[in-house]
Design a protein around this ligand. Sequence first.
Ligand SMILES: Cc1cc2nc3c(=O)[nH]c(=O)nc-3n(C[C@H](O)[C@H](O)[C@H](O)COP(=O)(O)OP(=O)(O)OC[C@H]3O[C@@H](n4cnc5c(N)ncnc54)[C@H](O)[C@@H]3O)c2cc1C
Length: 357
Amino acid sequence: MPDVSADRQTTASPATARSLGAYTTLRLGGPAGTLTVATEAGQAVAAVRAATAAGEPVFVLAGGSNVVVGDAGFAGTVVLLRTTGMRVVSRDSAGAVVRVAAGEPWDDVVARTVAEGLSGLECLSGIPGSAGATPIQNVGAYGQEVAHTIVAVHAYDRSADEVRAYTPAECGFGYRSSIFKHTDRWVVLEVDFRLAVSGESAPIRYAELARHLGVEVGERVPLQQARDAVLKLRAGKGMVLDAEDRDTWSVGSFFTNPVLSASQWAALRERADPPFWPGEQGAVKVPAAWLIEQAGFGKGYGRDGVAISTKHTLALTNRGGGTTTALLGLAREIRDGVAARFGVELHPEPVLVNCAF
Ligand SMILES: Cc1cc2nc3c(=O)[nH]c(=O)nc-3n(C[C@H](O)[C@H](O)[C@H](O)COP(=O)(O)OP(=O)(O)OC[C@H]3O[C@@H](n4cnc5c(N)ncnc54)[C@H](O)[C@@H]3O)c2cc1C
């Protein structure tokens, strides 16, 4: 994550000259109308309330690792979430509920739970961004997703002008989705995770990770071992932030893996023989990376300062001189190429702010 610690402020400050690219992992995006840094949940709520009252659009920004901000920026109030805090709110022999402030850096949260013998987040090691953003798209990797452990999301609802706790069922978690994505209605303030009190990981579900650990799928390993293995696998794919490595100047995966109905899957099988993961009710998930490569877009493909990562086909990266316009142009070319070759539509995973795909 770009180091924004120098920008921590407690009061609202105009930042018209300040590029939002300073706060995004893509390092792209034009200026904010107003930038307010919130270090307390109450400040975030107050800033959003004030913007609502003034009829100003609001954009909550945390780690900036899942947003594509337009070159024109955002002509409204940007609330930069920098709240901190993490505590155990209940504990019994089987588990503990950990309450985390939205602005806490996610990987610090995972590292702490692993160090304290709390199991359930270890495979989510190395994911950039904040704890409060994890419910937004039900963050997941290597066989775990936060929907497995979240027991409550405490959020400010702009429509009702109230803060309340949302149950997992109310959150509507799906594959890289929830009710909180693609809307400015809620500000997530805190998240409760129920974790097992155990030095062992949850059962390893992801075949590549199990192979790397030398265990069978379904076995458990010591928490730290799971974390180390995930960090190593991720680093090899440019999926751990490294300011020196432009393959990590991305939003992670730019496209979600398409989930095809039985008839769409049958149509694709007439054209190709892709790898797949079986889903529910005949649905099938197909790796977007495979489709992209087979459509002729290899690692490193790009132009105008943007390119597919040299380490991971799903990551579109800013090589240093890119713009959002160029990035979305590349994304469109890939989407259209895959549609022409396979008849499958790719969808972006990040949230697009004042720009279109
Ligand atoms: C190198 C790399 C690897 C990645 N790997 C993964 C991965 O393995 N799995 C995965 O799921 N994702 C991955 N991501 C995507 C990203 O890290 C996650 O989605 C992360 O949770 C985003 O957090 P953030 O704080 O950066 O959110 P931001 O980018 O700041 O915001 C994302 C969206 O959430 C909203 N938002 C953020 N915080 C709040 C809040 N508190 N309340 C209301 N709305 C909020 C924003 O308005 C925006 O719409 C990766 C990204 C990168 C750059």
